[in-house]
Ligand binder design. Structure first.
Ligand code: SF4
Length: 209
């Protein structure tokens, strides 16, 4: 049985052909490394920090841009709340499918649990219905109940985007995810596919046309 990650669901909805290349044929293409590397470094640092490790040495090797981003994160109100876990793997069953992923961090106060997601790039265009939001909220809800919020920490603009959870959303998210998993499980890759403006940004462009 497949365990669907948010990226798998997102990729399938954006382009089933891309899903085929990436997750069925397992072809990986080179990607721009600069943003990826910056994000990786900040996530690693946040993980050490939340675990209570001494990060003084790591902070000294950050470049000026990384220092600003890191200070934005370290001083964020949510990073100051008690941490339940960081780099936290969670999964849950939705109908006949498993979904899951790794939360950047889960923190709490006397009112709520907060799923934190640090973004060194942009936050999703429709954050409430992004697959990452939906999958992480459903998995966390199953373990911790519904006093729950999802917080995208936009490090570039130093602001937070907060998404509430509710029983209404539980129904909606479950339906969207189950329907998407259904489509993926019935998907039969085609030889040819139609192209769109999205293709210009796609890493599989060279092998797809
Ligand atoms: S180039 Fe276009 S059609 Fe081909 S995989 Fe990428 S997005 Fe899909």
């Amino acid at each position: 049985m497949n365990n669907f990650s948010p990226n798998m669901l997102k990729t399938f909805i954006s382009c089933p052909k891309k899903y085929d290349f990436k997750y069925l044929q397992k072809i990986s293409m080179p990607q721009k490394m600069s943003n990826f590397e910056k994000g990786k470094k900040i996530h690693a640092l946040a993980n050490y920090y939340l675990r209570g490790d001494n990060i003084d040495k790591f902070e000294t090797v950050l470049n000026p841009e990384e220092k600003i981003i890191w200070n934005n994160l370290k001083n964020n109100e949510y990073l100051k709340k008690p941490c339940i876990a960081s780099e936290y793997n969670l999964s849950c069953r939705i109908g006949e499918y498993w979904i899951g992923g790794r939360l950047d961090a889960l923190v709490k106060d006397e009112y709520n649990y907060y799923i934190l997601d640090y973004k060194t790039g942009s936050i999703p265009k429709n954050p409430e219905y992004d697959f990452q939001t939906m999958v992480y909220l459903l998995c966390t809800y199953r373990k911790f109940g519904d006093n729950l919020k999802f917080i995208y920490i936009d490090l570039k603009n130093n602001q937070n985007c907060s998404i509430d959870f509710s029983q209404e959303k539980l129904q909606k998210y479950t339906k969207i995810i189950e329907e998407t998993c259904d489509k993926i499980s019935k998907f039969v890759p085609l030889e040819s596919t139609s192209h769109s403006s999205l293709c210009n940004l796609c890493e599989y462009k060279k092998i797809c046309f």
